[in-house]
Ligand binder design. Structure first.
Ligand code: ADP
Ligand code: MG
Length: 222
């Protein structure tokens, strides 16, 4: 495997409430590689992505992403790290209904002082929107889009910052086969062109052959 961009060791996590426990002895994901994580609903896949992104902190263990152990950073440093180096496509897309499509794509730049919204970034946003076929919808609001279009907005937002790692949580859920293919094409094209690692959670067994590696979530656990 190429040198790992994600390196997890002896990770232990539980939520403040409930019985759920996660323990992962080891996980490494290579730089510029693609991996799909599969596993039953409720097993902790989304939780793992949030831990790798530094959204939540584990009770024990190391999580090194892009050379930084996110568990050692303060909350504000974690947020800055995440916004600069990780592109997230959330399971529910997390589009803001009161912002236009363009402003949703630009959101990371609007809410983080670590990122500067320049005319170059705006041009890039339009270019990416064009590549994924939503250039004519930038002035609309999310409520005026189809599910597939909403998903593409989320993908545009995730790649805009040129992250080292893109993590997508069931990015093709609720999509028809044509749109599934399109969303994955966008993610793979982008990842290949820019040497980005793609870590995806998916239930979709038809799509697995596109990934270099398939990780069975159960086998990560101890
Ligand atoms: P998956 O993505 O594999 O479906 P999740 O990571 O979303 O699984 O959830 C793993 C487990 O953690 C589930 O049992 C879920 O109910 C529980 N869980 C998720 N979020 C929270 C939370 N904020 N507080 C307590 N328990 C949670
Ligand atoms: Mg999930």
């Amino acid at each position: 495997m190429p040198s790992p961009v994600i390196r997890v060791r002896d990770l232990s996590f539980r939520y403040g409430e409930g019985d759920f426990r996660l323990h992962i002895p080891e996980l490494e994901v290579g730089t510029a590689s693609s991996a799909a994580i599969i596993g039953p609903s409720g097993s902790g896949k989304t939780t793992l992505l949030h831990l790798i992104a530094g959204i939540t902190l584990p009770q024990a263990g190391k999580i090194e992403t892009h050379g930084v152990d996110v568990t050692t950073l303060s909350e504000s440093a974690r947020r800055e790290f995440r916004v600069k180096h990780i592109g997230l496509v959330f399971q529910e897309f997390e589009l803001l209904e009161y912002l236009s499509v363009l402003d949703n794509v630009l959101l990371p730049y609007r809410i983080n002082s670590a990122l500067e919204l320049t005319s170059v970034v705006r041009d890039r946003a339009r270019e990416i929107a064009d590549q994924v076929g939503i250039a004519d919808k930038l002035a609309r609001y999310p409520g005026q889009l189809s599910q597939g279009e909403r998903q593409r907005v989320a993908v545009c937002r995730a790649v805009l910052t040129e992250p080292a790692v893109i993590m997508a949580d069931e990015p093709t859920g609720n999509l028809d086969p044509l749109n599934k293919g399109r969303v994955l094409d966008i993610l793979f094209d982008y990842a290949e062109a820019s040497g980005t690692t793609l870590l995806t959670v998916t239930h979709d067994h038809d799509l697995l052959e596109r990934f270099e590696r398939v990780v069975d979530f159960k086998e990560l656990l101890s």
